[in-house]
Design a protein around this ligand. Structure first.
Ligand code: PLP
Length: 316
């Protein structure tokens, strides 16, 4: 899979411990700070604070039929993440948009995935980000491996992670920072339990999100999802489902606080994410959700989402 953060969830469809090394995505040209370079020559310094401290931010974006899904929304979230970590990008939003389009074209990607990364740049071995020079930006465009279709039909089993999501006051999860260890360690809990995704609770014990996806439930025909004050990445797929996909089917999504018990008792549970799109959950820990199959509303939402993105994916 080409996407370790959000897809991966979607990407790493292999089960078990996940200790087997996955193949590197086959990529030709990378956009690196204004130049197209061969993947083998796309290198950044070992003194880059993106590497030394996870100091930077990133986005994962889907390409459907050569259209770059919600590109503007991803660029806005990227620049908001950068602002929240006091990183002033070297490149304007328009320049990065051009870079993304150029990279997709250079690699002749029709359906795939874009990874956009800003690193803090080269600095000293100290933490001070303001001693770093030349923030680095790069764009990778690659194929994407998805969850097997069978999981969309039968549902994805998940677990509840023991590890809590980092509180908003410590490092707001709405920042898509390069430091994903909180999610990675919860993901390891999922892998060790033999599943691909884990639900993460906040410090108050409320449901926040999953390691690389947002989460929704359906009870008695009502769709709801944790509100963003629970602490989560403000998912772009989540927003598309709330604003476009659910309303197209006549549903209004309620955003409110949720305890984990509500998910165990839900009729249907589904996840949303750039890589996963809309996928039903059939089991949480050892509890079967609904009748253990993907329910009718989730099935309709998945279909509606796919119609939207496959026919004419909006780039706004
Ligand atoms: C922690 C986390 N939550 C939720 C999501 C889903 O967000 P989006 O729909 O923007 O991909 C992602 C993926 O980017 C993620 O990494």
């Amino acid at each position: 899979m080409s996407d370790p953060a959000d897809a991966p969830t979607a990407c790493e469809s292999e089960s078990g411990t996940g200790h087997t090394a996955a193949a590197m995505p086959q990529v030709g040209q990378i956009w690196l700070d204004g130049r197209m370079v061969e993947a083998a020559d796309a290198k950044i310094s070992v003194f880059d604070h993106g590497l030394l401290y996870g100091d930077g931010c990133f986005e994962g974006i889907r390409i459907y039929n050569k259209r770059i899904f919600k590109l503007k929304s991803h660029l806005e979230r990227m620049y908001q993440s950068a602002e929240k970590i006091y990183l002033t990008p070297r490149w304007s939003m328009e320049e990065i948009e051009d870079a993304i389009r150029m990279t997709v074209a250079a690699n002749d990607i029709t359906n795939g995935y874009v990874r956009l990364v800003f690193t803090r740049g080269v600095g000293t071995l100290g933490l001070n980000p303001f001693h770093c020079r030349d923030h680095t930006a790069f764009v990778i465009a690659a194929d994407i491996a998805l969850y097997p279709e069978e999981l969309y039909e039968n549902g994805l089993p998940v677990v509840v992670a023991k590890r809590r999501r980092i509180p908003i006051e410590c490092l707001n999860p709405e920042i898509k920072s390069l430091n994903y260890l909180n999610n990675i360690l919860a993901k390891v809990e999922a892998i060790k339990a033999g599943v691909l995704e884990a639900i993460m609770l906040n410090e108050r014990g409320e449901v926040g999100e999953c390691t690389g996806d947002n989460i929704f439930l359906i009870k008695d025909g009502l769709i709801s999802t944790p509100d963003t004050s629970a602490g989560m990445l403000h998912g772009i797929t989540r927003k598309v489902v709330i604003d476009t996909v659910a309303p197209a089917l006549g549903y209004t999504v309620v955003e409110r606080a949720h305890g984990i018990g509500e998910f165990f008792e839900a009729d249907e549970v589904f996840l949303t994410g750039t890589a996963a799109e809309v996928i039903g959950v059939n089991r949480i820990d050892s509890t079967t959700i609904g009748n253990g199959k993907v329910g009718p509303i989730t099935t309709a939402l998945t279909k509606q989402f796919r119609t939207l993105v496959r026919e004419n994916a909006p780039e706004d």
